[in-house]
Design a protein around this ligand. Structure first.
Ligand SMILES: CSC[C@H]1O[C@H](OP(=O)(O)O)[C@H](O)[C@@H]1O
Length: 367
């Protein structure tokens, strides 16, 4: 999407330089840094340390990590080692395993000499497919925004609350939760976005707010605890969030705090939608609370906060006493019963097995 007047994707391959480039999201919104990643360790670090993040982008990055490794060493051992190293970077987003499996399936049968070129083509395909998938999520999500817009007074915006960043920065482009927002603006439908800051890493404050600013979308930054109050006072018309892994029964794993928003939404009859590509559905899992591994991240993310000082330098400061440990589960699971609908590239599904199989009937045999 747009950065100033320039269109960017969050990751791209420069064929002439033979380098993969990413936007290093750790420095946003204060600095826009594009960095090259080349070695397998650099790819693993970029995912683990959240230079790039967001389920679809994590998958796309891993795909290019495999491609760059095949360029260096296309042996079976190197392919397996790369798969393992990248897979263990972050446990929750299913797109990581999905992308690694996509790469392994296409590469394993090939000779070593064939693998690098095919790997780069497949990684590019995964990226291009993600862009089109997310565009279609926006097309289907736009219908939902239009339905709510029809109930508003002329010119009154549709108030949408979102949590964390499920924007174009979390994908290759368009985003998932933000795609309906971008499509609504393009369709001339007035919207206003409540942006949850999303502690501890503040992906909402740092990334979603930056996206909204970059596209001139009216928004306000919220503390994570304000959404319920706004819902009680009729200031939220709908919630749209992303997901890192959704189960075959429609349970939704997403950034920590999502579950609490879903509870508040149900208590106030606010529609709670989850936008996702089908690559984020884990068809092998049914009970999300019991089965989805929740990443526990460094407690320094809780005890410290990252930002820009008045002198313009960007740094991290401690907000808690020395010696106070932090707890940092990075995700939670929202049961399907709290989800109004799942916005996918094929349409909006009820959050249930039958709802998902209705859009993805090819999965019925495995069910
Ligand atoms: C479109 S996936 C976005 C999803 O990923 C984020 O997690 P993280 O920033 O830790 O990778 C968050 O859960 C978003 O909803």
């Amino acid at each position: 999407m747009k950065v100033g007047d320039t269109h960017y994707r969050s990751i791209w391959f420069d064929g002439e330089a033979g380098r993969v480039r990413i936007i290093d999201q750790r420095w946003l919104p204060h600095e826009f840094r594009v960095v090259e990643i080349e070695s397998l360790d650099e790819f693993a670090t970029a995912i683990r340390d959240m230079w790039v993040r967001g389920a679809p982008l994590i998958g796309a990055t891993a795909a290019y990590g495999i491609a760059m490794e095949m360029h260096r060493n296309a042996s079976d051992a190197a392919l397996d080692a790369a798969w393992e190293l990248l897979h263990e970077t972050r446990p929750t987003a299913i797109n990581l395993r999905w992308a690694l499996e996509e790469m392994r399936q296409v590469l394993a049968p090939l000779s070593e000499g064939e693998r690098a070129a095919v790997a780069f083509r497949k990684a590019a395909e995964i990226c291009d497919a993600d862009v089109e998938t997310n565009r279609m999520i926006g097309v289907h999500g736009l219908d939902l925004v239009k339905q709510i817009a029809a109930t508003k007074k002329p010119g009154e915006p549709v108030n949408i609350l979102t949590h964390c960043n499920a924007g174009w920065l979390a994908t290759v482009d368009w985003g998932t939760a933000t795609s309906p927002m971008y499509h609504a603006v393009q369709a001339g439908i007035p919207i206003h976005v409540w942006v949850d800051e999303t502690r501890p890493r503040n992906q909402g404050a740092q990334l979603t707010a930056w996206e909204m600013n970059s596209h001139g979308i009216p928004h306000h930054l919220l503390t994570d605890n304000a959404g319920g109050h706004l819902m009680q006072h009729g200031q939220v018309d709908m919630v749209i969030v992303g997901t890192d892994r959704t189960t075959a029964l429609g349970d939704v794993c997403n950034k920590i705090g999502t579950y609490l928003k879903a509870l508040a939404a149900q208590d106030n009859d606010v529609p709670f939608y989850v936008a996702l590509p089908s690559s984020t559905i884990d068809w092998t899992v049914e009970d999300g609370v019991r089965e989805i591994p929740i990443e526990e991240r460094d407690d320094r993310e809780v005890t410290h906060v990252f930002g820009r000082l008045d002198n313009g330098s960007v740094t991290s400061v401690q907000i808690s006493p020395d010696g106070t440990p932090g707890g940092n589960p990075a995700f939670d699971v929202t049961p399907a019963r709290l989800v109004t609908g799942l916005i996918t590239e094929r349409g909006v599904a009820e959050a249930s097995r039958e709802g998902l199989l209705g859009l993805f009937p090819e999965r019925r045999s495995a069910a």
